[in-house]
Design a binder for this molecule. Sequence first.
Ligand SMILES: Nc1ncnc2c1ncn2[C@@H]1O[C@H](COP(=O)(O)OP(=O)(O)OP(=O)(O)O)[C@@H](O)[C@H]1O
Ligand SMILES: [Mg+2]
Length: 165
Amino acid sequence: MSPVMTGPTIDFFSHSVAQTRRFGFRLGQFAQPGDVFCLEGPLGSGKTLLTQGIGQGLDIHTAITSPTFTLINEYRGGRIPLYHIDLYRLHSDQEIWNLGLLDYLESDGLSVVEWADQAKRVMPERRLWITLRHLSATKRGILMQAKGPRYIALLTSFRRDAFGG
Ligand SMILES: Nc1ncnc2c1ncn2[C@@H]1O[C@H](COP(=O)(O)OP(=O)(O)OP(=O)(O)O)[C@@H](O)[C@H]1O
Ligand SMILES: [Mg+2]
């Protein structure tokens, strides 16, 4: 399977839970302080699963669970801090400020934001945007779009590592 890579975007498939985790693992290995990964996709499309792989790639050994009820979970046991943010239940702009969301996005950790489309206007202009879609019970489409030189470099490393060439 060869991915389609056009400039700052890459579009490919995951055929299993294990493969989605592995893609996440690679992203986690390449993550640098201050990175922001925005995840978009319907319920059950694999956002949390991908994040679990990212956490493993950061050397975080605690279980990463969906922060649906807390909106933000912090994990500090790895190479850099991971802020796992889930905006599914975000209802107002006020909550964005109450959460201190911008502080996380500008911190020295990696922020992974599920349902980032719920707060698109406050997401940084430079970011990795990942859109997941259901293709079948076990297959997912994964589209990664990089904005800004840092994320284009990240995507290039990811592609080389995941697909060779
Ligand atoms: N290739 C695949 N990649 C990811 N998940 C898969 C895949 N095949 C099947 N699944 C299943 O899809 C579900 C993905 O769940 P996950 O919690 O990661 O989704 P989510 O996008 O975070 O959902 P939510 O919007 O509710 O937070 C899991 O039940 C998983 O077993
Ligand atoms: Mg989730």
